[in-house]
Design a protein around this ligand. Structure first.
Ligand SMILES: [Zn+2]
Length: 358
């Protein structure tokens, strides 16, 4: 599951821009609203969503079938389930994915914009997904099957209230919410969930382990063309400011993904979130307190902290150690595997990230 970044961009950007000496501000965008937390994913496309299906629209007549998008054929959905066919009239198959395109999403965006966004994503996704498989190849022993992806830009799934995208923990399909930009921001992260939910020897059984490895592989190991294309999901107003900072690659005219990601981790490590709300790896909106920062618990970590701490653990103890212990709770196994309690691991991580970011 990938969180929706928008509401936290104020804090991240204020810190990043401040560090870069562009605009001296540490203020937080207080216009960013808090949404209620929702419970974990429970729905399946077969059950809940079909009950939410709306009336047929003209796009359900599969007028686009046969068309080529980024070299891939838009196929008519040949399922015998008429409701599902109505809801997802088109299917696209690539090397790593099987897409189900929602009629409502095409109607929402308009055919031209919908298929233009799809084309951009299809042009990058197989390369990005191959990179993730390569990064985890020593831990995957069988052939990885294409992952099923549903578009849900109408945000029908309940989890879309807090998540930008998600990979169903039982059915293992990916669902993308919001728009194509948000999808580009999240799709590789969700694919790492797919790989670790099914194919790695040890499966993550805590949110920290699950989000940590997904963030680490997608944001700090792989090039992540899609996320770079979406400029890390940053809203335009912040992108303009970023262009005057060291976080902008003028040559590529794109955000420096790894640099800004590590800087995000540094912002948390330095305690900049004390007194501020943020979203933790359990997707809960919480306020970071002094005491939390002093004695960090794995569940209190943000996505960026989990990703950067996983990078620290890989660099210090090796990827084999991290992958072999993916199924163990860091709070109880830390002493045994890493020789110290998690709060001590966190303190060492703070020193590490300050060094590599400096
Ligand atoms: Zn996730």
């Amino acid at each position: 599951m990938k969180f929706k970044k928008l509401r936290f961009w104020g804090i991240i950007m204020a810190a990043a821009i401040s560090m870069a000496g562009c605009a001296r501000t540490t203020s937080v965008d207080t216009t960013l609203s808090n949404e209620a937390e929702v419970s974990g994913p429970t729905e399946t496309p077969e059950a809940t969503e079909i009950s939410k299906a709306t009336a047929a629209t003209e796009v359900t007549e599969a007028t686009e079938a046969g068309r080529l998008v980024a070299g891939f054929v838009i196929e008519e959905n040949d399922t015998k389930d008429t409701q599902k066919k109505k809801m997802y009239p088109y299917v696209v198959r690539t090397e790593s994915t099987v897409w189900y395109l929602a009629a409502d999403d095409i109607e929402l965006m308009g055919e031209e914009a919908f298929f233009a966004g799809l084309e951009e994503v299809l042009g990058m996704i197989d390369q990005d997904y191959a990179d993730a498989r390569k990064a985890l190849e020593d831990y995957i022993s069988e052939e990885v099957q294409p992952v099923v992806i549903y578009t849900d830009f109408c945000n029908k799934a309940e989890i879309s209230a807090t998540a930008g995208a998600y990979c169903h923990p039982v059915s293992h399909f990916i669902k993308v919410f919001g728009d194509w930009k948000q999808a580009e921001y999240a799709l590789l992260h969700e694919y790492v969930h797919y790989l670790t939910f099914i194919y790695t020897k040890e499966k993550p059984d805590s949110n920290f382990a699950s989000e940590g490895i997904a963030e680490y592989i997608s944001m700090l190991v792989c090039e992540n063309r899609m996320c770079k294309k979406a400029n890390f999901g940053a809203p335009e107003e912040y992108l303009e400011k970023l262009k005057n900072t060291d976080f902008w690659d003028a040559e590529e005219d794109a955000i420096k993904l790894k640099d800004i990601y590590l800087y995000n981790g540094l912002v948390y490590a330095n305690g900049a979130y004390i007194g501020q709300e943020y979203q933790n790896v359990e997707l809960a909106i919480v306020e970071r307190t002094d005491e939390m920062q002093q004695y960090m618990h794995a569940n209190d970590c943000s996505y960026e902290e989990a990703g950067c701490i996983t990078a620290y653990l890989v660099e210090t103890y090796g990827l084999d150690t991290v992958m072999d212990n993916l199924d163990k709770n860091l709070m109880t196994m830390s002493e045994m595997v890493y020789g110290k309690e998690f709060s001590e691991v966190y303190k060492d991580f703070v020193i590490w990230i300050a060094l590599i970011s400096g």
